[in-house]
Every structure is written in structure tokens, then in C-alpha cells.
Design a protein around this ligand. Structure first.
Ligand SMILES: C[S@@+](CC[C@H](N)C(=O)[O-])C[C@H]1O[C@@H](n2cnc3c(N)ncnc32)[C@H](O)[C@@H]1O
Length: 351
């Protein structure tokens, strides 16, 4: 189905202003991805038997595999036992860009919930600790209590409690007594990359788009919003993947809210950088395709911070899968060529 014709003129205007290629909305992701706990002993043949005979390894990221998009994982014993996770390839690449190694003891992820990347980081830290006995930790900051509760239950399920500390806090204000070896800012964004949600919304008949129940939920989530969120526009309802007209318009069509998200992203970046050690590495990622939310933020940041340089985030992924961003040394997973949900990644070194 060509959803381009169904996008409202205002939404297409938003795409144009943000420099977003409309064609990404024509792309239908045919693969999904899973990862196996890094030290779980299983052969590829056993994975074929236990998961799917269509499973394929992603060579650039060890322990990551692709499956046909419609394969369910929640009934798999490996998943129930906490040895298999669902994660998009582009998200796994964000973690891989951190290049976690034995010298990393304290890491920070700002905007960590629900924890797909955080648990991957924790697994890699756990692996290092298993080798040398040195205790390591990833600190995960998020502003949403509900989302942190979900993160905590995932951390518990995968037995990563010793390697994760969750902090309910506004990431633009979070202070710490220690500085971190690596910082990941997986910034809140407009999520127009969440094409599935967008399609769900666009495909809904108009009368279904704002049912009474949803309106009631909107009121409830607004209260929640005032309670939990100081500077972000998203609602708890959206987080349950229930897109409403209100969510859609406030994400994309309200200039004031858009400006809030740009400001939020920049403040998150500034605070994350402040918390980074000298010679440390910071990753800034979003799942938006917007230039204003990605490259423009990085350009502005580099202009204001003389000790920050951009370094290549993830050189082993070939160019067919991820393209260069609009500035050198940044990368974009374009859904059209990478068969992923899409991601922007920039890696900054503090000199
Ligand atoms: C893209 S999601 C993060 C996904 C997560 N990193 C993962 O891999 O599962 C963005 C997150 O940013 C959080 N957020 C929004 N504004 C924030 C703020 N000011 N400080 C901290 N977290 C914030 C949201 O609650 C949401 O969980």
C-alpha cells in the first residue's frame, strides 16, 4: 500500500522542512533481529532448531541474528529463560559503536528506557567482569517512572541487576559524583522513524482515531505527563503504541513542541558531555530521520565545544547497510537499504 498519498499535507510539509526522504515510508521491514546472551553456549544448528530455520547471523555484530519479520519470539524457551532478546539491528549497532572494552568501568545511558540498548551494554560489561573480576556498571537515566519500571523488570528477567543502576531523573539535569568512560544519549525524538506506529495511525478509519476511550486516556496521560515529564511532549499512551490524533499532531505539526524537542536534545547532549571523562566517548543517537534533530545538533555542539571531535562510530558495517550521515563521520541506517527501523549515530570524543 502506498501510504504517501495518505499523509496529510501538513505532515509532508514537516518532512520537507526536516529534510526527510518521504520514500522511507514506502519501505516495509522484512526482517526482525534477535541477540543471544554473549556467553550463552549454543551452536548455529541448535539455533536453527530452537528458533527458526530461517535464522541468519549478522556478521558485523556477534550474537545478533535476523529472522523473518513475522516470526514471534515470545514463545521461545530461549526467550523465556532470558537467553534471547529482541533488538533492532540499528539499535545493536548503537551499542556496538560504544566499543565497550576492559577499560570501561562506568557507563551512562541517558534516555535508557525500556532498555534494549542498556541491557546489551550490561551484558557486555558482565562479560568483561567475568574475565577479570572487576565490577562494572551502566547507569540508566530516564524521566519516565512507568518506563523505568518496565526496564527494571527486563533487567531482572535477564539477571543483570548487579550491572545496572536505574535513575529516575531528567537527563538534562542529572548530576553525578563520578565521570563516565562512555556516555550514550539515545535522545527522545519525533519518532517518525517508527513507521509501524505511523501506519497504524494512518490506516485507522477517522472515527476510530479519537474514540471516547482514547480521549479519556488522553486526559489521564496528560495528568501523568504533568507529573512525570518536565520538558518532553510524549504521552504514556503513545508509549503503549496507541497513536492518537493528538499524539500525531503534537509530534509533528506543532512548531512549539518541535522546538521543545530540539532544545531537549541539545540539553541532553550538553549534560551527557559534561558527565563524560576526558578521552571518553559519547554516542548521540536518534531514531528520527530529521536533519535538525541529528546533524544540525552535532554541528552546533561541535561549534560550542572546542575539545569535542567527531570520530567514526562503526566502521565495520558496510556502506550498503548504513550510509554516511549528512556530515562526515556520522552514520544513518536508512530503512530502505538496511532493513532496519532506522537510526542516526554520531560518536564524539572528549579531548
Ligand atoms: C528513544 S526512547 C529510548 C529507548 C531506549 N534507549 C532503548 O534502547 O530501549 C527515549 C526515552 O527518552 C526518555 N526521555 C524523554 N525526555 C527525557 C529527559 N528529559 N530525561 C531523561 N529521559 C527522557 C523517554 O522517557 C524515553 O524512555
Amino acid at each position: 500500500m502506498n501510504i504517501l498519498n495518505k499523509l496529510s499535507p501538513q505532515f509532508r510539509e514537516f518532512l520537507q522542512e526536516e529534510g526527510i526522504d518521504e520514500e522511507i515510508f514506502l519501505f516495509e521491514q522484512t526482517l526482525r533481529y534477535i541477540r543471544i546472551k554473549p556467553d550463552y553456549q549454543i551452536t548455529f544448528e541448535q539455533l536453527q532448531q530452537q528458533v527458526s530455520n530461517q535464522i541468519l547471523p549478522i556478521y558485523e555484530i556477534p550474537t545478533l541474528y535476523s529472522l523473518p519479520a513475522d516470526e514471534k519470539i515470545s514463545n521461545l524457551q530461549l526467550y523465556k529463560d532470558g537467553n534471547l532478546y529482541g533488538i533492532d539491528k540499528s539499535s545493536a549497532a548503537v551499542v556496538y559503536s560504544l566499543d565497550i572494552n576492559k577499560n570501561d568501568t562506568n557507563l551512562l545511558e541517558i534516555c535508557c528506557a525500556p532498555g534494549a540498548k542498556l541491557t546489551f551494554i550490561a551484558d557486555l560489561l558482565r562479560l568483561q567482569t567475568k574475565e577479570d573480576g572487576i565490577q562494572r556498571k551502566v547507569f540508566g537515566v530516564d524521566i519516565s517512572q512507568n518506563r523505568l519500571n518496565i526496564t527494571q523488570s527486563i533487567v531482572n528477567k535477564y539477571k543483570l541487576e548487579k550491572f545496572v543502576e536505574l535513575i529516575l531523573e531528567d537527563g538534562t539535569k542529572y548530576k553525578s559524583e563520578i565521570l563516565f568512560d562512555k556516555v550514550l544519549i539515545d535522545a527522545e525524538c519525533t519518532h517518525e522513524g517508527s513507521i509501524k506506529h505511523l501506519k497504524k495511525y494512518i490506516n485507522k478509519p477517522i472515527q476510530e482515531k479519537n474514540t471516547k476511550k482514547q480521549q479519556k486516556n488522553n486526559k489521564a496521560s496528560k495528568k501523568q505527563l504533568q507529573k512525570n515529564y518536565t520538558n518532553t511532549y510524549t504521552t504514556e499512551q503513545t508509549k503503549a503504541n496507541e497513536w492518537t490524533e493528538e499524539d500525531f499532531n503534537s509530534r509533528f505539526l506543532d512548531q512549539k513542541k518541535l522546538q521543545q524537542i530540539y532544545d531537549l536534545q541539545f540539553s541532553l547532549l550538553e549534560n551527557g558531555y559534561r558527565l563524560l571523562k576526558q578521552n571518553g566517548m559519547l554516542i548521540y543517537s536518534t531514531c528520527s530521520f530529521s536533519q535538525k534533530q541529528n546533524e544540525d545538533q552535532i554541528i552546533k555542539f561541535l561549534e560550542l565545544n572546542n575539545d569535542a571531535i567527531l570520530v567514526n562510530p562503526f566502521y565495520s558495517m558496510n556502506q550498503q547497510q548504513c550510509k554516511s550521515g549528512k556530515i562526515f563521520n556520522t552514520i544513518r541506517f536508512d530503512p530502505k537499504v538496511s532493513n532496519t527501523g532506522g537510526m542516526f549515530i554520531a560518536k564524539i570524543k572528549k579531548l
